[in-house]
Design a protein around this ligand. Structure first.
Ligand SMILES: [Zn+2]
Length: 533
């Protein structure tokens, strides 16, 4: 009897061991690290590659996965919409972030993407506008991670720009921190905490920004060796190198954002968060959402062909190498899931394009179509607001004159379409009817938020926008603005690459698949299955 029982137990434990062997062990990464490089074009991965080291961008290309043809799927290629789309797997039509700001018809004013006057800033000089994720209408992948672990995961967002930190971190984050130019502090909002975390206070007290101002911006190589940039035309390099920054010490805290040291500052703060909050320290996955805002500030003033940009990326490559080394030591190589992408790319400087006989023009939006419409219908006002290349027509004024709204709108659209600089203007109420290739039409449909959008959409010709004399911008549907890098590395990532066209809105769903958690609530993306192990 006794020996029979023994045999039975032996048999049972054998089956148990076999069953365990056949079960997929659902272990998790300790930390998910997302890095958004504000304004990074996909081609920067290769354009400056010969001078990148082995352990920065090249390490991710070698050890990780790259989706070479990643496109933004909606038309408004700007910072807020990009950060929201990456982390929500969604688009402005659904997530409500249709621009950095947009016109609100009820409030009759521009609304900033993360404004929220029901909260206040913590840790600042008392002058900052209050911010929160209130206007984001869906969950982020960070929120889903919180839900999936019964809020045991820690989620922290860090960026110079408030929107670059708040929108990725989402609603349920432990904190979003951003940089306040008036005080030189990283600050947060009462949305997340009553007062600034002690470690963040200590970091601010160090005034690392002043130490960084002590370092002049010196080029990594001799000026003339930047052959991938325009070293001949002084118009595209503002002042000579090395650039002294010490005049900013103790007073101009905003200036750091337009130097490569803005990335150094942001990554230092991110590391301080890892240390103090114990991110990646236990088996419950945490999420650190970093956005590097400085490449955008630098890029706007000089454009992709300036030595400043090449040098910014060479320096960022080294920063990334050091950051990976830090994460390898702190969290352990293979224990963290890393991804890098951008919120949008950027156009070439229009005047630079013209100099090289390429399509492009620095132009200003004129009022000719508006004036023709006023005259035709004897209206005192027809355009209530303009933004994100959309016109909001004054419905009240048109109604009060007893005019047919569609007739006024159609006339205005026809007048816009007479403009040389306009590629196409169309009615936002019937985007599917617009005479555009499906690929572009889809981007406007995905960007069209029924509650927030204007009445008339205008598309200027490729390379046509107001870039000033030597500056540039982004915001269009064209590939120079919408083609972004997308790299994954580490836990759960199958190394490789795809040339298949994938979208920014596929990132969150892919992370959800790797992590085996629910995708965000407004997700429209599909899983980039090639990445998933
Ligand atoms: Zn920008």
């Amino acid at each position: 009897m006794r020996s029979n029982l023994f045999s039975l137990l032996l048999l049972l434990s054998f089956f148990h061991a076999e069953a365990q062997k056949n079960t997929v062990v659902a272990s998790k990464p300790k930390l998910i690290v997302g890095v958004m490089v504000d304004q990074m074009r996909w081609d920067y991965l290769y354009r400056f590659q010969s001078r990148y080291g082995q352990n920065g961008f090249n390490r991710v290309l070698r050890e990780g996965f790259t989706a070479e043809n990643t496109q933004i799927s909606y038309a408004q290629t700007v910072t807020a919409a990009g950060h929201a789309s990456v982390y929500t797997g969604s688009v402005p039509a659904i997530n409500g972030i249709m621009g950095n700001e947009w016109y609100d018809r009820k409030l009759k004013r521009q609304v900033y993407c993360v404004e929220d006057d029901s909260v206040s800033i913590v840790g600042g000089a008392g002058k900052g506008e209050p911010m929160s994720p209130k206007n984001l209408q869906v969950t982020t992948i960070a929120d889903e991670l919180k839900l999936a672990t019964n809020f045991r995961s820690k989620v922290i967002g860090v960026a110079i720009k408030d929107r670059g930190s708040i929108l990725p971190a989402g609603h349920a984050a432990d904190a979003a921190y951003w940089y306040e130019p008036s005080s030189g502090n990283f600050v947060s909002s009462t949305w997340y905490m009553k007062e600034l975390s002690p470690w963040a206070l200590a970091f601010n007290k160090r005034k690392l920004v002043d130490s960084l101002y002590g370092l002049p911006w010196a080029l990594s190589y001799p000026f003339d060796s930047y052959v991938q940039s325009d070293v001949k035309n002084p118009a595209y390099t503002k002042t000579p190198f090395p650039r002294k920054l010490d005049a900013n010490i103790g007073r101009n805290y905003g200036a750091i954002a337009s130097t490569p040291w803005g990335n150094t500052l942001t990554l230092s703060f991110a590391k301080a968060a890892v240390e103090a909050e114990g991110l990646g320290a236990d088996s419950i996955p945490d999420l650190l959402a970093i956005s590097l805002s400085s490449p955008d500030y630098i890029g706007h003033s000089v454009g992709p062909n300036a030595v400043e940009i090449e040098d910014t990326y060479l320096k960022l490559d080294r920063e990334m190498a050091a950051f990976f080394e830090y994460l390898d030591k702190k969290v352990g190589k293979g224990n963290y899931l890393f991804f890098l992408t951008a919120d949008h790319a950027v156009a070439h400087v229009p005047s630079y394009m013209q100099e090289h006989r390429l399509p492009g023009k620095s132009m200003r939006v004129n009022k000719r179509a508006e004036e023709a419409t006023l005259k035709k219908f004897k209206l005192p006002r027809v355009v209530e607001s303009y933004g994100n290349y959309q016109y909001y027509l004054d419905r009240q004024v048109i109604d009060s004159m007893g005019l047919d709204f569609s007739a006024v709108k159609s006339f205005f659209i026809a007048e816009l379409n007479k403009e040389e600089d306009v590629m196409l203007a169309f009615d936002n109420a019937s985007i599917p009817a617009a005479n555009l290739p499906t690929e572009f039409k889809e981007m406007f449909i995905k960007g069209f938020n029924h509650k927030l959008a204007g009445d008339v959409q205008v598309i200027y010709r490729s390379g046509y926008f107001n870039g000033g004399a030597t500056g540039t911008t982004h915001g269009s549907m064209y590939p120079y603005d919408s083609h972004i890098p997308l790299l994954f590395m580490g836990w759960g990532v199958k190394p490789g690459q795809t040339q298949r066209k994938v979208y920014m809105s596929d990132i969150a769903g892919t992370l959800a698949a790797i992590l085996k958690i629910q995708m965000p609530s407004g997700n429209i993306g599909t899983v980039i299955h090639e990445v998933v192990k």
